[in-house]
Design a protein around this ligand. Structure first.
Ligand code: 2P0
Length: 329
């Protein structure tokens, strides 16, 4: 058995969001969600087993990882060791090209890369569904980054076996997603805590769960039709509904900032002026704009002009998580 493996994974952005858990321990969501995997901001992670080590070591971008991240990685490795029947501690070297913890899906790419690399390093032979379930235990959204292009994550029946992501078949749509980084600082409230608070206290939460099921059904039809306008409209309303339910939490969770609102205004204006462009937002102030690839440079220029100094990146559909240098040992 090779004791070392490297994997790469990309972030994904949900077009129908995951917001709220049915099971905090197993990370089973309340709702199904659907995402697009990006071709930018990959995470590359190497797991090297070291049975002589007395603890796991976690390195992020060449320096010791923050304690909370190191603990999370170590807990994840405990799951892998449980499945593998042991295998000892590991040295985990992870390189993230996206700002960590800023609502840019770094946990999705990070935990997907870790799941794929750790499964191999500990000798587990898992198919993609099993890898998706494993990645889910690290971070819910990571279950979707196992797959490229468009993936749907099933809430399932509440069991560990029933909740996994899989590709959305038959989608030919190839949109661009323009990512406007309004603020790349680490967010004040983690998405994990924000979800918990929303489920426990928001009077709007049940309504969002119901509307989300309708959004998912309509999204699948719109994707199958290749209808970018419908996909964008559903994605935008689903994201704003998610933010509405968290704004109603007690105390409120507010990721939307003045800078985000200025860009949401600008996207609405773009549409009025005839460019099909639709916004989505996650657990942070950054705004992502879905559009036709032919319009992406123009949309990026408009967003840059609206918020001078911000970083704007253009993404397209990207690949699923995979091993690299499979022969490394
Ligand atoms: C999503 N987000 O569907 C949603 C939309 C943010 C907003 O999944 O607690 O890091 O590790 O399962 O996956 C971010 O939450 O949370 C997220 P955990 P995760 O992409």
């Amino acid at each position: 058995m090779s004791d070392r493996a490297t994997a790469v994974a990309h972030p994904n952005i949900a077009l129908v969001k995951y917001w709220g858990k049915r099971d905090d321990e197993l990370i089973i969501p309340r709702t199904d969600s659907l995402s697009m995997t990006l071709d930018i901001f990959p995470t590359v992670t190497t797991v090297t087993r070291d049975p002589a080590a007395r603890a796991d070591t976690v390195v992020l971008n060449g320096a010791a990882a923050p304690d909370d991240m190191a603990r999370r990685v170590s807990r994840f490795l405990d799951l892998v060791r449980g499945l593998a029947g042991g295998g000892g501690h590991a040295y985990v070297d992870t390189r993230n090209t996206v700002p960590t913890g800023a609502g840019l899906a770094s946990s999705a790419s990070g935990m997907a890369a870790l799941a794929v690399a750790a499964a191999r390093a500990y000798g587990l032979d898992l198919d993609e569904r099993a890898l998706s379930r494993l990645a889910r235990r690290g971070s819910g959204s990571a279950s979707r980054s196992i797959f490229g292009r468009f993936a749907v994550w099933h809430a399932g029946d509440g069991s560990d076996a029933g909740s996994y992501a899989e590709p959305v078949p038959g989608v030919t749509l190839d949109p661009a997603l323009v990512v406007a980084m309004v603020d790349t600082g680490v967010k004040a409230v983690s998405s994990r805590e924000a979800m918990r608070r929303t489920v426990a206290t928001s009077p709007l939460y049940d309504a969002w769960v119901q509307s989300s099921a309708a959004d998912l059904a309509e999204m699948q039809v719109a994707l199958a039709r290749g209808d970018l306008a419908a996909v964008g409209e559903i994605a935008e309303r689903n994201a704003l509904g998610m933010h509405a339910t968290m704004l109603a939490a007690r105390p409120a969770v507010r990721y939307i900032s003045a800078g985000s609102l200025a860009l949401l205004d600008r996207v609405a204006q773009l549409r009025q002026d005839g460019t099909p462009a639709y916004a989505t937002m996650d657990a942070g102030p950054n705004v992502k704009v879905l559009c036709d690839p032919a319009d992406a440079e123009g949309v990026a220029g408009v967003l840059r002009a609206a918020a001078p100094g911000i970083r704007v990146a253009i993404a397209h559909c990207g690949p699923g998580a995979r091993l690299v240098n499979e022969d490394a040992s």
